[in-house]
Design a protein. Structure first.
Length: 449
């Protein structure tokens, strides 16, 4: 059986332990020849590499080679799959993305509103540079990108690599929501076949079909939510924190106001920005929660494994090492390679899938995915409320990318003014000036006032 060469771009990511452990679980369906961690920060990926050595020695002796590097020429040569998870500007900039808007009384979030805008303008040049390099060295590689904010990153990759069907932009939020529905109904998310539409972090489930019977379970899920079902802590590292639990539980509020479809969690930032700001602490955001929780928790576990291995050469326990996020990525990769044509939600060029939206918009919809890439499932036209919401957000996304590519501050101001979390030109101008200052050296242009 053919073995595949895989590079994980952003090798120091805090999600890497679960990615590597999931790689092991998929070795039958997705056998690996060479596995590469690539990061601009070798020091950051050192601990991941040490863990990987232990893991692969014990559970993946069939792997030919495992390396970690900060050299793109080494990392991207002769690659079949690139999985991209970079955080441009790292957590230091995430803190600014979250706290600067809050100073202006605006939503401060990693991927939405003014913070997501700043992050997007940093991500786009770096993602494009990496994909360009991958294409130079491995023209046929599949590139699965989930570096955020995926919506405007996808808009940029569509423009720069228009015919490249092997670049897939994805998000795990809908799948993480489906995992929560499955807990609610006492089944598995693999029992579901979703239908979904929107932009990334800005969409709705229209149906959640039972794969075996064809029954649409959406009405039951809605009823449970409206009857007061509450989400508690999840089983995974990323669902252990209070802010995420609150976000999951906001889905019921959204549904009470807009009962037609099951909402994505992120709609809370666009539908209730004032409430979100009122409940935010400008000095303690998701950034702080991660630095106090997820980062030390993951590093502690890795250090324990590395120390135990040094003393006893222990067999490390693979239980509880995967995640919805990692599983989803490998489910997608294997559906491509084995031409399984399973359904995934992918960010693709609309091309008439949602008939009454711009054909060029990068929409997130249900697609069958096999060796020839994603094939979107066509939909009925969407209603006026959803169309209006999506069109204004899509205009924001396009203007943000236009402004970056054309080095046009006026378009950046137009973008932020249109964003529903802002909707006011005075506030858009003020926050833009602060973001320009904070992002000097990142946006690829000097957007002086
Ligand atoms: N689309 C989704 O649904 C989804 C889900 C989870 C995570 N993400 C995204 O994945 C990314 C990683 O998240 P995380 O919390 O695991 O990150 P993290 O902050 O723990 O790690 C990110 C890594 O990226 C590296 N990096 C930064 N710029 C780079 C560049 N230009 N080239 C190579 N490496 C670079 C950093 O050095 C760091 O090691 C973020 O963009 C996050 O938003 C997206
Ligand atoms: O605040 P963070 O950095 O912990 O997470 C931000 C990401 O949140 C969404 O993702 C999922 C996560 O990846 C998944 O594993 C699940 O278990 O928890 C998160 C929320 O439920 C989002 O889709 C990503 O785009 C964000 O980067
Ligand atoms: Mn996402």
């Amino acid at each position: 059986m053919k073995k595949y060469n895989v590079v994980l771009v952003g090798g120091g990511s805090i999600r890497n332990p679960e990615m590597m452990a999931t790689l092991v679980r998929y070795k039958e369906k997705f056998p690996i020849g060479r596995f590469v961690l690539y990061d601009i920060d070798q020091k950051r990926q050192e601990i991941m590499a040490q863990y990987g050595q232990i893991l692969f020695r014990e559970y993946y002796p069939e792997m030919d080679e495992f390396i970690w590097t900060d050299d793109p020429d080494v990392a991207f040569a002769d690659i079949d799959f690139a999985l991209m998870q970079i955080r441009s500007g790292n957590m230091e900039m995430r803190e600014k993305d979250e706290k600067i808007p809050l100073k202006h009384g605006l939503v401060g979030q990693e991927t939405c509103g003014a913070g997501g805008f700043a992050y997007g303008l940093r991500s786009i040049p770096e993602v494009i540079e990496i994909i360009t390099k991958i294409r130079e060295l491995s023209p046929e590689a599949w590139i699965i990108n989930y570096s955020n904010p995926a919506a405007i990153v996808a808009e940029a990759t569509r423009r720069v690599f228009p015919d490249d069907y092997k670049i897939l932009n994805i998000c795990d939020m809908p799948i993480a929501i489906m995992e929560r529905y499955a807990e609610m109904l006492g089944c598995s998310r693999h029992d579901f076949e979703p239908r979904y539409f929107g932009l990334n972090h800005y969409g709705w489930f229209t149906h959640v079909y039972d794969k075996k019977t064809g029954e649409d379970l959406a009405p039951r899920i809605k009823q449970c939510l409206l009857d007061g079902y509450t989400f508690g802590l999840g089983n995974e590292e990323h669902t252990l924190d209070a802010s995420w639990i609150e976000t999951y539980n906001t889905m019921a509020d959204i549904l009470r106001d807009f009962p037609e479809y099951l909402p994505n969690t992120y709609l809370k930032y666009y539908l209730y920005p004032n409430r979100v700001v009122a409940h935010s602490d400008p000095n303690h955001t998701r950034y702080d929660e991660i630095m106090e929780g997820k980062y030390p928790r993951v590093h502690k576990k890795l250090n324990e494994i590395i120390e135990a291995n040094a003393v006893r050469g222990t067999k490390y326990d693979l239980e509880n090492t995967t995640s919805v996020h990692a599983s989803y990525i490998f489910e997608l990769a294997t559906s491509i390679l084995n031409n399984e044509n399973e359904i995934f939600l992918i960010i693709v060029k609309n091309n008439g899938t949602i008939p009454n939206l711009d054909p060029d918009a990068m929409v997130e919809v249900a697609c069958r995915v096999g060796i020839n890439g994603p094939e979107p499932l066509s939909m009925e036209p969407i209603g006026t409320f959803y169309k209006g919401m999506i069109e204004s957000q899509h205009a924001y996304e396009r203007l943000a990318v236009d402004g970056l590519f054309e080095k046009d501050k006026g378009k950046l101001l137009q973008a932020l003014t249109l964003n529903r979390t802002i909707s006011d030109a005075d506030r858009a101008r003020a926050v833009l000036d602060d973001l320009i200052e904070a992002n000097k050296g990142y946006w690829g242009a000097d957007f002086c006032a």
